[in-house]
Design a protein around this ligand. Sequence first.
Ligand code: NI
Ligand code: MN
Length: 228
Amino acid sequence: MGVIKYLGHSFFEVTITGLDRSVKTLLVDPWVENPLSPVKLRDYEGRKVDYILVTHDHGDHIGDAVKLAKMTGATVVSVYEIAEYASQEGVKSIGGNIGGLLRIPDLEVVLTPATHSSSRGVPVGFYVKGLDMSFYHAGDTGLFCEMELIGEIYSPEIVMLPIGGHFTMSVREAVKAVELIKPKIVIPMHYNTFPVIQADPVLFKKLVEEKVKTRVVVLKPGEVFTYP
Ligand code: NI
Ligand code: MN
């Protein structure tokens, strides 16, 4: 069973069964002490984390990735330039680029495009598949047509999409993204962390569920969604 815990902003802790049947713990965009976060950095002291996925190097996404990797022994997975930076900081890293499967033991991981900016390399999203679930974390992005291809080629069961606007898609564009990707489940993210990205996840849920069969799961920070 896969477990997705929302920790505010774009930060998720995911438990997924790897292709070798061992349980993996992943952190995605670990801005641990974001204003909505129910956890503190010290909570990770001594915990086992396998991979830390970083979509781009804006502070609200790369967050505490290096510190966490040092605390937990995790490997940072990101675009090549961010992985190089992590290596220079003394942590294990795997750097790839947008395209096909990364050579990561035990999980299928693909970096996807994201229409955004980043100081190191290009911004990306992540498609991840284990034995019990697959997900696509879109990172920070605007709407783009290739989302339809991501849905067609990978069929992610669960999709995390930004809805806060200003730096990313807002509700209107995110509804269209769901129409393009057609996942089973969508979880909104990157909203209400600070005033400029206020959005209504209940409106997002209503608009999506009027149009497509996708179920919108709105998680409060600290809440968990299990799949299947
Ligand atoms: Ni950003
Ligand atoms: Mn952001």
